[in-house]
Design a protein around this ligand. Sequence first.
Ligand code: AMP
Length: 293
Amino acid sequence: MKVAETFAECRSLTEGSIGLVPTLGYLHEGHLDLMSRAKVGNDQVMASLFVNPLQFDEVADFDAYPRQFERDARLMKQAGVDILFAPSVEEMYPIEPVTRVVVGGLTESMEGAHRPGHFAGVATVVTKLLAGLQPDRAYFGKKDAQQLAMVIRLTVDLSLPVEIVPCSTIRESDGLALSSRNIRIPAGDRDRAARVSKGLFAAAELAASGERDGQVLERAALEYLIGIDVEYVALAERATAQRLATLDRPAFLATAVRIGGVRLIDNVWLEPNGTSDRGTLLRSTSILYEGVN
Ligand code: AMP
């Protein structure tokens, strides 16, 4: 695996078709799954590791974001990554950027409403990665469903010649969606954290049994979240991230909660015929906790 710190160096290392996996680092099995997907469909896998200051709406969250370069580089190498792009903040933003990519409409609700500036920060850095590295395909997690909708839309709107590949959510054995932030959840709050996916799965079961009313599905998930600080539970159209009253087109049921000082998001993908993608459960403890007491 080659490590490149500049866009130019990274481009000079490419041969054949490139699958890009953008990450903020502190890898878990969700990231590794994206990399194995990229491995199958491309000549080379490129992964980026950059904690992007532009997308953090809370300085405390940016500062607390776990960073372990050696660990991530080792895991990427094991996952078969050919090129690791690890730019400095100065390489990514040589001068204070005054340009922002703003994807209208579909970034205003849910995450957009609760994290001002977040999506413009993500859209800007993703556009820079796609324009600067020119991958053939880029792999994104369904776990960040609104982000994924935004990325697909910006590649269409800006005619970026890349295929965006959505990948299912990987979960801990109790159902909690993997996130680098999970290591910050206090042990006493784990059971509450596991209720988030249980609520979403219960709603997915209701959809499977024929329920199509958005409010009923949202309430089914909310029942599991009593006593938890809930920011939103929303059924949204998958392509536009607009609130849906009825499950009559591809959708996701998404939620954001705060547990033990950690903000968690999760969703299930629902089809109008009642089938769903709830992701995959790990059978053993996540690599997130290796070396963490
Ligand atoms: P992050 O480093 O959290 O920004 O995530 C980098 C990529 O991994 C994004 O495309 C995420 O949607 C994806 N991702 C994060 N968590 C998971 C997960 N639990 N399962 C699958 N993909 C994920």
